[in-house]
Design a protein around this ligand. Structure first.
Ligand code: GDP
Length: 307
């Protein structure tokens, strides 16, 4: 069992009793521990560097006279800064109100289109079902789902099953069709049948490749979705950075859904992905079942990352 950050810092603090300020020297030593904690939580190295620089600038000169020790003061600075980075403006101004982060923008002529993008296995199809369930239950929306994964007939069948389980409609597509054509047809169908929301599941490859990125950019240009959500597996750890970069460059993302947080992942991917995309994490996936979708709480995630 790894020590949590507070325990780590307490050890450093023992050597500097009586110091009432965070100084260059004691801060540097403690920041080494913070860096280690973040790396253990699988935050990508360049992101850790940037974050440490920010914390250092905030921490120096911070008064810790009174009940606080320099260690506790630094943990406070780290926690606040981490929450601010992974929650963005919303976390700073929104306090504990989670609805601010998880709110989907559905403010468009119906159907409001939600495009899901991510690597194969990230959890897109499962998330399509979870989102449909959430929209039906919480927002009373009529939801249509469609798969543009023309490479894996099994993925199309999987979406059909999932949609059926949550009471969403399913627009059929098949291998060999062009994704852009499927998209056009699904939007037409949704308009004619008065669907409020159209959730579009897309093909994911095992790695980033040019053809995949061009295909999803073309889909985005056709659909002009109000939400373009990047679905990413929290277990990816450090690799989440490169994946997020590639998708962020190919698509104007509006948000992120971090999946598989019910597992052992420490959640470092949350910091990495937010840092790279600048986009809010709107939901987290916490299970294979279709009710395993939760709002994102930046403070909780900051705690989880720090251990
Ligand atoms: P896709 O290839 O991106 O469409 O990914 P899938 O939706 O097929 O999911 C891949 C695997 O991850 C499946 O076995 C899902 O059950 C599983 N999965 C998806 N989301 C979660 C989650 O939040 N937690 C867990 N434990 N498993 C998940």
């Amino acid at each position: 069992m790894l020590d949590n950050l507070t325990q780590r810092l307490a050890r450093v603090v023992k050597t500097m009793r009586g110091e009432a300020r965070l100084t260059e020297a004691n801060t540097a030593e403690m920041l080494r521990e913070v860096r280690l904690a973040l790396l253990e939580a699988d935050v990508a190295l360049p992101v850790v560097r940037d974050f440490i620089a920010k914390v250092k600038a905030k921490a120096l000169g911070e008064d810790v006279i009174g009940s606080l020790s320099p260690g506790q003061a630094l943990v406070g600075v780290v926690q606040r800064e981490l929450t601010a980075v992974i929650g963005g403006e919303e976390a700073v101004s929104g306090g504990a109100d989670a609805s601010k982060y998880s709110e989907l923008n559905l403010n468009s002529q119906p159907p409001a289109i939600i495009l899901l993008a991510g690597l194969q296995g990230a959890g897109k199809t499962t998330t399509a079902g979870k989102l449909a369930k959430w929209l039906i239950a919480n927002k009373k929306k009529k939801v249509l789902t469609v798969s543009c994964d023309v490479y894996r007939p099994a993925a199309i069948a999987q979406l059909k099953t999932v949609a059926g389980q949550v009471g969403a409609d399913f627009f059929p597509s098949e291998a060999g069709q062009k994704p852009v054509d499927i998209a056009h047809a699904a939007v037409d169908w949704a308009r004619k049948h008065y669907h409020d929301v159209l959730i579009v599941d897309t093909a994911g490859r095992l790695g980033i490749d040019e053809a995949m990125m061009q295909e999803i950019s073309a889909l985005h240009a056709t659909l002009k979705p109000i939400e373009t959500l990047f679905v990413v597996d929290a277990m990816l750890g450090q690799d989440a950075v490169n994946t997020a970069k590639a998708f962020n460059e190919a698509l104007p993302l509006t948000g992120v859904i971090l999946t598989k947080l019910d597992g052992d992942a420490r959640g470092g991917a949350a910091l990495s992905v937010r840092h790279v995309t600048g986009r809010p994490i709107k939901f987290v996936g916490v299970g294979e079942k279709l009710d395993g979708l939760e709002p994102f709480y930046p403070e909780r995630m900051a705690q989880r990352i720090l251990g």
